[in-house]
Design a protein around this ligand. Structure first.
Ligand code: DGT
Ligand code: CA
Ligand code: CA
Length: 566
């Protein structure tokens, strides 16, 4: 469970070292962090077996550092670096366009240590005078700073969910545990998460509190009580745990799943029926009418069961009163992934590895969609794309467990034209169009660029339509009415990209798109076999946007899918 922690400490060391310039040491720490981040076994086990130095990119020096982290929970070297540079590196790094080197310059020349310092110096126009900055960069920094402020204090669902699930798994294994659930925004699958909320039913609450506050991912105990505790984790995030009696679990789970806005709405409904609702149940006079399951509580309030992903008080209560809740797409409904990369472009796994992972996931099909002529991502030209197609023909002739479709993720130039010739596009089963450079166009130009792509008869799917990256880059300012209308008109399928940083389209745009009659596809955009497992994040996003099975084209069996693509 400490892999992420070790990786994050090593990569933070690299950030500090990079403030003095990139050299072999920064690279070594980055490589080691990457190795551990993507490791599928527990780093503590490897260390225990004395095998650290057999991992790629880990030498004697870093192996010692890793052992120190595993033994003491921290790294003195990082603490020293922090003393040397007493600045809020986390916050400053979260500003798009600021990296270690620029941060060092700002610190050295202007004493900037926090976002507030940055804002002040920017507004006084001191930043533009620095070497390599200028007025335009200064304005950009100020603009991006606001976005960074909004995202601090929240972590990506895709990063927190596995950690929460691991904590749940460990607590489930304790003696006397009857129930464990992850509640809060994680259970609602909100794209970013403020803290981890865990609910339990147990015969031995004291032991659970003991275990929870002493897990290896805990940095600090904030409160430890008999039935509730809060800890701070290594990543700076808090985690809460609460113990309930079995009979209260349903009402507790409902309450602590939230959202707050939904809770308030439900409480109003209770009151208008002369009842009272809280985490211990629904009460009339002093009699408890329901508390054991969420379903019971909803029922007493006159509502159908509302799935957690819908609990944002955006119309689901009314729908539940009228029996009009959507029949949400299920996590098992996806029959194949239609956007993924291999080592033919910038992916890390081979076509064969991707295919075999897709078979393990039980898929009926997958599409190989490597980048085209993008210089940074080792994109393919017409010739290499044709070579890849022949390779896929061979693979298809050798296996019958799955069908491999021939695709490409084609770049849109600044006007929205594709960078692959039409006779090659003609031969592909699937063409994905995407913006990969020139992100900061005037909104009007970007709009036109994307509408142009939708009108292109070869384009089947528009990938990550708004280009946002959570905590990193804002979405393009698109005219969504126009976008969704054009997508419907042209039959272009819009992607719900499952990559933890993207989740694009996002939930509210999914809902809007469906109201316009658009069709969607949930893809991972995987660059490694591990990434194929992210599909659930995309399905969650689609569910949060009220999507049903019929709205998502990759829930179709292969034959129907191919018919639709033609
Ligand atoms: P987060 O942690 O910011 O991502 O969002 P949540 O929704 O997980 O919020 P959190 O952890 O503060 O509380 C978990 C749930 O507990 C929340 O969704 C609703 C419920 N809750 C907590 N405090 C209140 C409150 O003061 N009023 C109401 N109505 N509900 C609350
Ligand atoms: Ca929470
Ligand atoms: Ca909480």
């Amino acid at each position: 469970m400490q892999n992420k922690k070790v990786a994050s400490i090593l990569s933070r060391v690299a950030d500090y070292l990079e403030m003095d310039g990139v050299n072999f040491r920064t690279k070594a720490y980055r490589r080691a962090a990457h190795t551990i981040e993507t490791l599928s076994v527990d780093i503590a086990d490897i260390s225990g077996e004395g095998q650290l130095e057999n991992l790629p990119g880990i030498g004697k020096h870093i192996a010692l550092k890793i052992q120190e982290i595993l033994n003491t929970g921290k790294l003195q070297y990082l603490e020293d670096l922090k003393d040397e540079y007493p600045l809020d590196l986390d916050a400053l790094m979260s500003v798009e366009g600021l990296g270690p080197k620029k941060i060092q310059l700002l610190f050295h020349e202007l004493g900037i240590m926090t976002l507030d310092d940055l804002e002040r110096e920017g507004k006084h126009h001191h930043i533009r005078r620095l070497k390599g900055m200028g007025a335009k960069t200064e304005a950009k920094i100020l603009q991006n700073l606001e976005f960074a402020r909004k995202s601090t204090g929240r972590e990506l669902l895709g990063e927190v969910l596995p950690l929460a699930q691991e904590i749940k798994r460990r607590i489930s294994a304790l003696e006397g545990i009857q129930q464990v659930e992850i509640a809060g925004s994680i259970r609602r699958r909100k794209e970013t998460v403020g803290d981890i909320d865990i609910l339990t039913v147990t015969d031995h609450p004291e032991e659970v509190m003991d275990f929870f506050t002493h897990m290896d991912v805990v940095d600090e105990i904030i409160v430890k009580g008999h039935s509730k505790s809060t800890v701070r984790l290594y990543n700076g995030m808090d985690a809460d745990i609460r113990a309930f009696k079995d009979e209260d679990f349903g009402s507790a789970l409902l309450y602590f799943t939230g959202s707050r806005e939904l809770n308030i709405h439900l409480r109003k409904i209770a009151i208008s029926n002369k009842m009272k609702l809280n985490e211990y149940g629904v009460f009339k006079d002093d009699e408890c009418l329901a508390n054991k399951t969420e379903k019971d509580v909803f029922k007493v309030l006159g509502l159908d069961y509302i799935p957690p992903e819908l609990r944002e008080n955006t119309g689901e209560v009314e729908a539940a009163q009228e029996g009009k809740l959507p029949n949400l797409v299920d996590y098992n409904d996806i029959k194949g992934d239609l956007h993924l990369h291999t080592n033919w472009s910038d992916g890390k796994s081979s076509i064969n590895q991707m295919v075999s992972e897709a078979i393990d996931l039980g898929y009926e099909y997958l599409a190989i969609t490597d980048h085209t002529s993008l210089p940074v991502a080792r994109g393919m030209d017409d010739k290499r794309l044709k070579e890849q197609m022949s390779k896929i023909d061979i693979i298809n002739s050798q296996i019958d467990d799955i069908t491999v479709l021939k695709g490409a993720e084609v770049n849109l130039d600044s006007q929205g034209n594709l960078d692959i010739s039409e006779d090659v596009l003609e031969e592909l089963d699937l063409v994905i169009a995407a913006v990969h450079y020139d992100f900061h166009q005037e909104p009007e130009k970007m709009n036109k660029r994307i509408l142009n792509a939708l009108e292109n008869e070869y384009v089947d799917i528009l990938a990550h339509p708004t280009g946002r990256k959570l905590k990193e880059r804002q979405a393009y300012e698109l005219d969504f009415e126009q976008l969704f209308q054009k997508a419907t008109e042209t039959g272009t399928i819009l992607e719900v990209n499952s990559s933890p940083k993207r989740l694009d389209l996002k939930d509210i745009h999914v809902k809007m798109a469906l109201e316009h009659g658009c069709q969607l596809v949930v893809n991972t955009d995987a660059h490694h076999v591990h990434d194929l497992g992210n599909i659930g994040l995309g399905v969650a996003t689609a569910r949060r946007g009220w999507a049903e099975e019929k709205d998502i084209i990759n829930t179709l069996p292969l034959k129907k899918l191919l018919k639709l693509l033609n």
